[in-house]
Design a protein around this ligand. Structure first.
Ligand SMILES: Nc1nc2c(ncn2[C@@H]2O[C@H](COP(=O)(O)OP(=O)(O)OP(=O)(O)O)[C@@H](O)[C@H]2O)c(=O)[nH]1
Ligand SMILES: [Mg+2]
Ligand SMILES: [Zn+2]
Ligand SMILES: [Zn+2]
Length: 963
C-alpha cells in the first residue's frame, strides 16, 4: 500500500511540464468528468452492486463524476485481420504478416472518443493523459513534495513502454511486465522514498518483507498521512476546471484459435460493442485453411461468435451488447465487386440472424468492408463512426458515479501500474482505511469491488474460497491461462513441458504438479510467484469451470486430488462407432435437451461436461478418461453407463445397460435425468444471472425442452414427455413403432416404493429371459416364508425339497428363500424346463399376488449416487476387507450373490467355513476381489452392502471418504 501512496506522491511532485511521461504511464485510467451537480442521476441506470438506492444516494451525496465506459471487441476467425484493425485503431504500425494472437490482447486507453468532434481517435503520447484523473494527479501541489522526488526515474524505467509506433505495443508492454523483476523495482522505489521520509520504518524491514512475498502483497508499513491528497483530488474534480476532451475506450483483440473460447467468455460477459470480422475475399462457406479440422468457415465462425456473445453477455440494455459485422481484405477485390459483396454480406447476416429473438442487438446494414492495411480506408472511417454512435447511445455513457470511489480507483490504478496483479483483499481494505473519513465502509467497499468486477475492471468473486483475493489486472488471468489453454503453435520449446501439454490435449487431464511446473516458466511465474496465489488461481479456474475436479465426495477436503480435468482443451471427438453395435439400440434409452437458445456456445458445453463429470466418474479406457470435445462417457455403476454429447442446439444423453434396456433401473434413469436437468439449469443460470444482474433472471424452465426416447436408425428417436405419457406406443418419422415404457423411465417417481396403478408390469422382452442369482435374491427378499413355499410348489418343486432346505438353514429365513429359488433355477423339473421371469410371474399370479414384486427386483437404491467419487473407483485394500466382516451381520450368501460370486463358489465357502460367519464373509470378499472379471471397486462393494443392508457402509465411508 505504501508504494501506492508513494507513487501517488511521486506523481504529485511533478510539475505540469512533466505530464508527458506520466501520461504514457497511465495504462488503465478511469475517465472522469467534472460535475458539481447531483441532479440528472438516473437511478435506473445505477451501477450494479451500488447497494440499495438509499445507500447509493448517500454515496452520491459526496459528489459525483460522469464516467464514460466504452469497450470494443474485435472477434472473428484466425488471420482475418483483427490485430491489423486494432493497430489502425490505436495508431500503431500495421502488421504485414500474420502473427497469430495468443489468447487476447487488451489495449487499455489506447484509443478514445473525442467528446467534442465525436470521432474515434488513437491515443498517443500527450493525448493519453487527456483525463481528469491523470491531471488531478499531475497538477497537485502537496506538502510532501520533497519526500520522494527521486522515485520518478525508477518509476519511468519500470513502466516505460517501448516506443510508440512499434507494432504490437501492448504485447511488448506485457513482455516488459512479465520480465520485470518486480521486487527489485519495488525496493528501488521504496528506497528512494522511504529513506527520505522520517516517519516511515527503515528500508531494511521494507526490503525483507518484499522478499518474502514478492510482487503482490505489498509491505505493511506505518500508515502515511494521505488525507490531504484525497481531499484535494475531490476538490479538483468537483471544481470542474478540467474538461475532459477524449473518453478512452478499451480495445480487446481476441485471438481466433478455437482453444481460447474458454478464455474469451470471461471477457465477453462484460459487454460492449463487438465487431465480428471475417475475410471478405473468401467465400462465406469455404472451409478456412487456418483451421485444421476442415469444417470451419466464415459462416460457422460468425455464428459461433454471435452465440457466444449473446449467451455470455449480461443483457444490460437495449443497446448493449451490440454486434457489428466487418469484412476485411476489400483491397483484394475490384471496386465494383466490393459494392456487390457488401450487399451480399448484408443479406447473409440478415438471413442468419434477422429473425433472431434478440435481433435488436445487431447492426445488419451496413456490413463494413474494410482494407485493414490502409489506415486511411474510408470504410474503417465509417466503422469508427458507427462505433462512436453506439458508444454514445449506451446507457452507461456519462453515467454518474460516486466521487468517493475516486481515491480507491486511483489506488488500484496505481497498483496495477506497479504490476500488482493479484492482491489480498485485506490489503486493499487497509488501504481503504487510510482514506480517513473518505474511507468506504465494509459494505461500501464490497459494493465497490463487485461493481468494478461487473465493469470488467477487476475480478472479484464473492465466494467463500475466493473472496480473500482480488485480481486487479484481469489480463493477468489470461496470461496465466495461456500456460495451458493455448494453441500448439504457442507451446514452449521445452520437451517436458510440451509433453505435459500433449498429454493434456490427448486425455483432457492435467496433474496438479504438472500445472505448477508450467507455472514455473519465467513468463508465468511473475504473475503468480506465491503459493497462496497459485492456490487462489486454481480455485478461480475451478470456479470458472476451466479446471474440473474429478468426482469426489463434495464438501470434503480435496487434498488427495492430484489432477484436474480440462474439458476445454480436449481435441478428440467422441468416436461414434458405438452406434454401429446392433445391440446398442436394445440396451439404450435416450434423453434430449433442446435449447431454446439458437445454439450452445462451446464454453457452455465445456462447462456442462465439466459439471457432469463432477457428478459421475468419467469412464476410463487404458488409463485414458473417455472425455472428448463436448462429450464424455460416464459410469453409473458396473452395469450402467451413459454418454453425453453436446451438439449445436441440443444435449443428447444415451443411458446404456450392459445387457438390455429392460434391466435399466427406473430409479437410476430418473436420478440421472433429475441431476442432468438440475445441472443444465445451474450452468445456464451461471451465465444468465452472471454478476449482479440476478433480478434479470430468466425463467429457467423455458430455456430448454426435455424429450425422451430410444435409439432408432443410429440416432435418438424422441417424443415429448406429454406424448409419452398419453400414448403407450408411437410411430416415429422412420415408420418404426416405439413403446413409451422405456422413455418414461426417465421421469419415474423414485420416492414411491410400490408400482403406480398404471404400471404395465415387466416388459415383454424380459419375460422370456432367465433371472440372475441377484434377481432371485432380491425377489426372495420380497417374499414371506409362506408365499415363497407356495410359489415353489407352483414352480414345480416338491414340498420335500423345501423342507430339506429349511432344515439345512434353520432359523435363517432369507437364506432359505434364496436357496429355494436357487434350487428351482438349477434343478431339472419335469414339464417345467424353462426358468424365466415369465414363469415366476405366472406362479405369482397363480398364488394371487398382485403386488408387482418382480418390478421391484429392478429398482435400485440411488442414495449412493450422491457419493460417487473417484476414490471409490479404486480396489479396496486387503486390510479394509479384513476389518469389514466385524461390521456386518450374517450375510455371506446374499453378499456373495450381490457381488456376483457364483452360487457354487458361495456354497463352497459355506461348506468350508460352516462354523464361522466372519470367515465366510472374509472368504467371499477374497473370492470377489480376486475374481478379476470386473474391476472390484470400493463403489461396487458399497452398492452390494447397501443392497444387502447389513451394515458396513459407514465403515467404508469412514475409511475412504473420511466421513
Ligand atoms: N490485403 C489485406 N491484408 C490484410 C487485411 N487485414 C489483415 N490483413 C493481413 O492479414 C494477416 C493477418 O492479420 P492479423 O490482423 O494478424 O489477423 P488476426 O485476425 O489478428 O489473426 P489471429 O490473431 O490469429 O486471430 C496479416 O498479414 C495482415 O497484414 C486486409 O484488409 N487486406
Ligand atoms: Mg490477432
Ligand atoms: Zn424411431
Ligand atoms: Zn410394476
Amino acid at each position: 500500500m505504501e508504494e501506492c501512496k508513494t507513487l501517488l506522491k511521486s506523481y504529485m511532485t511533478k510539475d505540469k511540464s512533466d505530464h508527458k511521461d506520466t501520461a504514457t504511464v497511465m495504462q488503465q485510467d478511469e475517465t472522469l468528468q467534472e460535475t458539481s451537480e447531483n441532479d440528472g442521476v438516473n437511478l435506473d441506470n445505477a451501477l450494479p452492486f451500488a447497494g440499495t438506492s438509499e445507500e447509493f444516494l448517500k454515496l452520491l451525496s459526496t459528489g459525483t463524476y460522469e464516467s464514460f465506459e466504452n469497450r470494443v471487441f474485435l472477434c472473428g476467425s484466425c488471420a482475418c485481420g483483427k490485430s491489423t484493425l486494432a493497430s489502425v485503431l490505436i495508431g500503431s504500425l500495421i502488421p504485414r504478416t500474420w502473427q497469430s494472437t495468443d489468447g487476447l490482447v487488451i489495449h487499455f486507453g489506447r484509443n478514445g472518443i473525442n467528446l467534442e468532434t465525436f470521432e474515434m481517435v488513437p491515443l498517443q503520447g500527450e493525448d493519453r493523459g487527456q483525463n481528469v484523473l491523470t491531471k488531478v494527479i499531475i497538477g497537485k501541489p502537496t506538502r510532501e513534495t520533497s519526500t520522494c522526488q527521486s522515485s520518478d526515474t525508477h518509476l519511468d524505467q519500470h513502466i516505460a513502454p517501448s516506443p510508440i509506433g512499434t507494432d504490437n505495443l501492448e504485447l511488448n508492454l506485457m513482455a516488459i511486465r512479465n520480465e520485470a523483476s518486480y521486487s527489485s523495482k519495488v525496493s528501488q522505489l521504496s528506497d528512494a522514498c522511504f529513506t527520505k521520509s522520517q516517519d516511515l520504518p527503515s528500508t531494511n524491514t521494507v526490503k525483507s518483507k518484499i522478499k518474502n512475498t514478492p510482487s503482490i502483497s505489498l509491505p505493511k508499513t506505518k500508515k502515511i498521512e494521505a488525507y490531504a491528497v484525497h481531499e484535494d483530488i475531490l476538490k479538483e474534480v468537483k471544481s470542474g476546471q478540467y474538461k475532459i476532451k477524449i473518453a478512452p475506450s478499451d480495445l480487446i483483440d481476441f485471438g481466433g484459435q478455437r482453444s481460447y473460447d474458454m478464455t474469451h467468455q470471461l471477457f465477453v460477459q462484460h459487454g460492449g460493442t463487438f465487431v465480428i470480422m471475417f475475410d471478405g475475399s473468401r467465400d462465406f462457406h469455404e472451409p478456412l485453411k487456418e483451421y485444421p479440422t476442415g469444417d470451419i468457415s466464415n459462416e460457422s465462425i460468425v455464428r459461433h461468435w454471435v452465440n457466444s456473445i449473446l449467451t455470455y453477455c449480461v443483457d444490460d440494455s437495449d443497446v448493449m451488447p451490440m454486434i457489428v459485422f466487418a469484412a476485411t481484405h476489400s483491397d483484394l477485390l475490384p471496386e465494383d465487386l466490393q459494392k456487390k459483396m457488401k450487399a451480399d454480406f448484408v443479406k447473409k447476416v440478415t438471413d442468419m440472424f434477422g429473425s433472431h429473438e434478440r435481433k435488436k442487438h445487431f447492426v445488419f446494414d451496413p456490413v463494413f468492408f474494410i482494407n485493414g492495411t490502409d489506415k486511411n480506408d474510408q470504410e474503417i472511417q465509417n466503422l469508427k463512426n458507427q462505433l462512436v454512435t453506439i458508444a454514445q447511445n449506451q446507457p452507461s455513457w456519462g453515467l454518474r458515479r460516486p466521487m468517493i470511489w475516486v481515491p480507491l480507483e486511483l489506488l488500484i490504478s496505481n497498483m496495477k501500474k506497479d504490476n500488482v496483479n493479484i492482491i489480498f483483499k485485506s490489503h486493499l481494505a487497509e488501504a481503504n482505511t487510510m482514506n480517513g473519513d473518505l474511507a468506504l465502509s465494509d459494505k461500501q467497499l464490497e459494493d465497490f469491488l463487485l461493481t468494478q468486477h461487473a465493469l470488467g475492471k477487476i475480478m472479484y468473486f464473492n465466494q467463500p474460497e475466493l473472496n480473500n483475493f482480488i485480481i486487479l489486472y484481469p489480463p493477468a488471468l489470461v496470461n496465466i491461462l495461456r500456460s495451458f489453454i493455448t494453441d500448439e503453435m504457442f507451446w514452449p520449446e521445452d520437451e517436458t513441458l510440451r509433453n505435459i501439454l500433449r498429454n493434456m490435449t490427448d486425455t483432457g487431464k492435467i496433474y496438479k504438479k504438472d500445472l505448477l511446473k508450467l507455472w514455473q516458466q519465467k513468463r508465468f511465474h511473475t504473475h503468480i510467484p506465491d503459493d497462496d496465489f497459485k492456490e487462489f488461481v486454481i480455485q478461480v479456474l475451478i470456479h470458472l469451470d476451466v479446471l474440473v475436479l474429478p468426482k469426489r465426495y463434495s464438501g470434503k477436503s480435496d487434498a488427495y486430488v492430484d489432477y484436474y480435468l480440462v474439458p476445454c482443451t480436449v481435441k478428440e471427438k467422441m468416436p461414434m462407432s458405438f452406434l454401429d453395435d446392433k445391440s446398442f439400440a436394445n440396451r439404450t434409452l435416450s434423453l434430449v435437451y433442446r435449447l431454446q437458445q439458437s445454439s450452445i456456445p462451446s464454453a457452455l458445453s465445456f462447462k456442462l461436461i465439466g459439471a457432469v463429470s463432477g457428478i459421475w466418474p468419467i469412464m476410463e479406457f487404458n488409463g485414458r478418461p473417455l472425455l472428448y470435445e463436448s462429450s464424455a462417457v460416464l459410469s453409473v455403476d458396473g452395469n450402467t453407463e451413459f454418454r453425453m454429447i453436446v451438439e449445436d442446439t441440443q444435449v443428447i444423453v444415451y443411458l446404456t445397460h450392459m445387457s438390455s434396456k429392460s434391466c435399466i433401473s427406473p430409479d437410476i434413469a430418473a436420478s440421472i435425468q433429475e441431476c442432468l436437468t438440475a445441472t443444465l439449469e445451474v450452468v445456464l443460470k451461471f451465465y444468465l444471472s452472471t454478476i449482479g444482474k440476478s433480478h434479470q433472471m430468466a425463467n429457467l424452465s423455458n430455456l430448454f425442452q426435455i424429450e425422451v426416447g430410444e435409439v432408432c436408425g443410429r440416432s435418438p428417436c424422441m417424443v415429448s414427455i406429454t406424448k409419452a405419457k398419453l400414448h403407450s406406443d408411437w410411430v416415429c418419422d422412420s415408420g418404426n413403432e416405439h413403446s413409451s415404457r422405456y422413455p418414461l423411465l426417465w421421469i419415474f417417481n423414485k420416492t414411491q416404493e410400490e408400482c403406480p396403478p398404471t404400471c404395465p408390469g415387466l416388459a415383454k422382452t424380459i419375460l422370456p429371459t432367465s433371472p440372475s442369482e441377484k434377481h432371485l435374491s432380491r425377489f426372495a427378499d420380497q417374499l414371506s416364508n409362506n408365499s415363497c413355499r407356495e410359489l415353489m410348489i407352483h414352480l414345480g418343486l416338491q414340498l420335500k425339497d423345501w423342507e430339506d432346505i429349511q432344515d439345512c438353514y434353520r432359523g435363517m429365513s432369507l437364506i432359505i428363500k434364496i436357496m429355494a429359488l436357487h434350487s428351482w433355477k438349477t434343478k431339472r423339473i419335469k414339464r417345467k424346463p424353462t426358468k424365466s421371469f415369465g414363469n415366476l410371474l405366472d406362479a405369482l399370479t397363480a398364488i394371487g399376488d398382485k403386488r408387482h414384486l418382480l418390478c421391484k427386483v429392478f429398482r435400485e437404491d440411488t442414495d449412493l449416487l450422491d457419493i460417487v467419487d473417484v476414490r471409490l473407483q479404486e480396489v479396496p485394500h486387503d486390510d479394509v476387507l479384513y476389518g469389514l466382516p466385524k461390521h456386518l451381520g450374517n450375510c455371506a450368501i446374499q453378499l456373495g450373490i450381490e457381488l456376483g460370486v457364483s452360487m457354487s463358489s458361495i456354497n463352497e465357502t459355506m461348506v468350508r467355513h460352516h462354523k464361522d460367519m466372519y470367515d465366510q464373509i472374509s472368504d467371499i470378499l477374497r473370492k470377489w476381489k480376486s475374481s478379476g472379471e470386473i474391476k472390484p471397486t470400493i463403489y461396487r462393494l458399497m452398492l452390494a452392502l447397501e443392497r444387502v443392508d447389513i451394515g458396513g457402509l459407514d465403515y467404508l465411508k469412514g475409511v475412504y471418504l473420511g466421513q
